[in-house]
Design a protein around this ligand. Structure first.
Ligand code: ADP
Length: 490
């Protein structure tokens, strides 16, 4: 592409197409602005590609109206330029030989493409290394530039390039380049990098040390590069935006967890006192109660227990998110005894519901690799939901089934079920299928989040099958450990 001719021979045409494709691929690999600037300027100064003497990317800053130079690749003297040009060509020859040798072994074109990309990348690394080694590289001209646009004369190179919709060749007669003497010489070519957000900046290159003039064909190629670079830049901007948004969201999420943790701690202390005093009163330790007073005390106890459970749930999720609880200790655990320990807690939550909970055991139950406290909490949340979403007289079964090296523990209910579309989302924080405030089931949408976090920490798995109006089945899977339920571990 560096030596324009009036006619392209088929061989050169193919070569050019190949180069354009590589440039396209290379620009597409950037995911950060700094990488993008480096790749775009490297393509411009690479004698195998555009062969300019120097290249400059200037970012246009809106506030204050100015240009900031991010990457300026170029050599400061003809001698440097020729030396580095030779280095790069030598490096290219070496890599080309390597590619050809590999190609002889493996003519599959797909295997070769990464090598071409590698050729480009290694050249750029070469350029950069020069910079790292004390300004000796092709980008020894790299400097941070800050040019205020306010003070620039009207026919300044930057103002004129920013105003032109197409890439343009500028000469010393055309424009004034005061302030840019160290970075660009005339004639030079400049074009705008434009994305959906507006003008991002300018790409400028000169051929100070090259015999090849900047002519119409160079301008055509430069415009091609500017167009492709603008498309890639748009992607880079989007990726950067997404990364920044994700970081902000993670920060907000962390603040929310901290807040939840503090609030629930603060609520738990007075609530524990209220419950303690209510129990004292209900047990008539401080005086005999009338039947109506006893009934009211029972309701106070019921409601404060409910509140206490809710506060514990919030605290649980804040702890799990903060990494506090994820320190589970995986060891052989008896899943049946975990189930038995959970039953009284479910009894305390079920209120007036007559739902029965039945274990279904086909064979002796093996121990599993888990953490008993964590498994109890998982079973608690699954059973709590199963009871909550079942009709008043429903039936919940807990089935244990060993399959080769794993044990499945399924909690099945005959409740309202979950629509297919919602199945994936129910494990998200605060997600509830029914979001309405007037919904008939209580809860805060965190039980299953806790289940998922605890299972991840224990290397357990969960899957859910459900049919609206028929019921749901949540199946936990754990690796089997040595030993059987009720028998000491082997
Ligand atoms: P909560 O039960 O406190 O709302 P969870 O995280 O435990 O929160 O569950 C999230 C949502 O998943 C519930 O609000 C409900 O819509 C749905 N869900 C969970 N388990 C069941 C179940 N056994 N039957 C029907 N829906 C369920």
């Amino acid at each position: 592409m560096k030596s324009p001719g009036s006619q392209l021979s088929p061989g050169r045409y193919a070569q050019e197409l190949n180069l354009l494709e590589q440039v396209h691929v290379a620009l597409g690999t950037a995911s950060k602005l700094e990488d993008f600037y480096l790749i775009a300027t490297s393509i411009l100064v690479d004698p195998n590609a555009f062969g300019y003497s120097r290249a400059l990317v200037l970012r246009s800053e809106e506030r204050p109206r100015s240009f900031t130079g991010r990457v300026a690749l170029g050599t400061q003297s003809l001698e440097d330029h020729l030396r580095f040009r030779e280095d790069i060509l030598e490096e290219t020859r070496r890599l080309q030989e390597l590619i050809e040798a590999i190609q002889r072994e493996n003519p599959e074109p797909r295997a070769i493409q990464p090598l071409y990309d590698l050729r480009f990348h290694s050249l750029w690394i070469h350029l950069l290394q020069g910079n790292d080694a004390g300004g000796d590289g092709l980008n020894s001209g790299f400097r941070e530039l800050n040019i205020g646009r306010e003070g620039l004369p009207e026919n300044h190179l930057l103002e004129r390039a920013a105003a032109a919709t197409r890439a343009t060749i500028f000469t010393a007669e055309d424009v004034d380049a005061t302030g840019l003497e160290d970075y660009v010489r005339f004639p030079c070519v400049a074009g705008r990098l434009v994305t959906r957000r507006g003008m991002h900046g300018l790409l400028i290159a000169d051929r100070q040390y090259e015999d090849t003039p900047i002519d119409g064909e160079s301008l055509y190629h430069f415009q091609w590069l500017v167009n492709h670079a603008s498309v890639s830049l748009e992607n880079v901007e989007l990726v950067e935006e997404l990364t920044a948004t994700t970081q902000r969201l993670q920060e907000v999420d962390r603040l929310k967890s901290n807040f939840l943790s503090i609030v629930s701690h603060e609520l738990r202390t007075p609530l524990t006192s209220i419950m303690g005093f209510a129990q004292l009163l209900a047990a008539e330790k401080v005086g005999t109660l009338q039947p109506s007073q006893r009934d009211l005390m029972r309701r106070i106890e019921q409601h404060s227990t409910h509140l206490h459970n809710m506060v514990n749930d919030i605290l649980e999720i804040a702890e799990v998110e903060g990494g506090g609880m994820v320190n589970v200790q995986v060891q052989p655990v008896d899943p049946l005894s975990c189930f038995i320990s959970v039953l009284p807690k479910i009894e305390a939550r079920r209120g007036n519901k007559q739902v029965t909970i039945e274990p279904l055991i086909h064979d002796s139950v093996p121990l599993v690799w888990a953490d008993d406290a964590a498994l109890e909490r998982v079973l608690f949340h699954l059973l709590d939901n199963a009871v909550k979403f079942s009709p008043g007289e429903g039936r919940v079964t807990v089935e244990y089934e060993a399959r080769e090296a794993v044990l499945d523990i399924s909690v099945q209910d005959s409740g309202i079920g979950i629509p297919q579309d919602n199945l994936k989302k129910i494990f998200d924080h605060f997600y509830q299928v029914d979001f309405r405030l007037e919904r008939s089931f209580g809860g805060m949408g965190i039980g299953l989040t806790v289940v998922k976090l605890l299972l991840d920490a224990m290397n357990g798995r969960i899957r859910v099958e459900s049919t609206p109006g028929v019921g749901s089945r949540f199946t936990l899977t754990f690796p089997i450990a040595p030993g059987r339920s009720g028998a000491p571990a082997e």
